[in-house]
Design a protein around this ligand. Sequence first.
Ligand code: B16
Ligand code: MG
Length: 219
Amino acid sequence: DLKGFIFDLDGVITGTAKYHGQAWHQLADELGVTWTEELANGLKGVSRMDSLEMILKAGGKENDYTPEEKVAYATKKNDNYLSLIKNMTPNDVFPGIKEFLDDLIANGYQISLASASKNAPTILGHIGLSDYFTKIVDPATLSKGKPDPEIYTRGAEILGLDPSVCAGVEDAAAGVASINAANETSIGIGDKQELSAANVIFADTSALTLDNIKAQMDN
Ligand code: B16
Ligand code: MG
């Protein structure tokens, strides 16, 4: 039986994925790299510097810049991203998420956050969920990002739980792969095809309830 839930942030709790997309799209245009839906989807859940590398690679430009120039581009993207998220409010929490979190707490489940984003605490503050997430994996301390299992393994560790009794909730294929590799139950939010590796899947967060999860796990 499950005892803990480990949440991704962007694309699961709130719609910051679209702001990451906008900010990267703008940088890709500046770098002369063609922006495609495939590239956009591949960046979901991937760390800031790894995302930049993927964009440069997509344009065959991975050897065109020094490490310092790359950091400057990543910083530029982040500044742009921060300006896009600064007006977020509690109204930006995805449908059903607050109810699901309240239900988990009322039923004695533990919750932690496994976001690759260094901006996660800032975003939680904007959307009024800081009190729910006192246990957050610090992405700066990870040696490998999603799809490596490390972040979801740590998400269970900070709860003091064995991965086998934890479920991870993700909108990205890289995140589902990370959860599965950590030997946790994977709950995908989004497209069935894109997230076909997930144990449980919902088209959007409004259907994310304990009953609906149990119903799919019993199947
Ligand atoms: P930052 P998640 C991920 O967050 C995003 O999906 C990904 O697009 C972003 O590049 C990454 O965080 C790093 O974010 O630049 O804010 O540190 O989906 O793992 O919550
Ligand atoms: Mg995500």
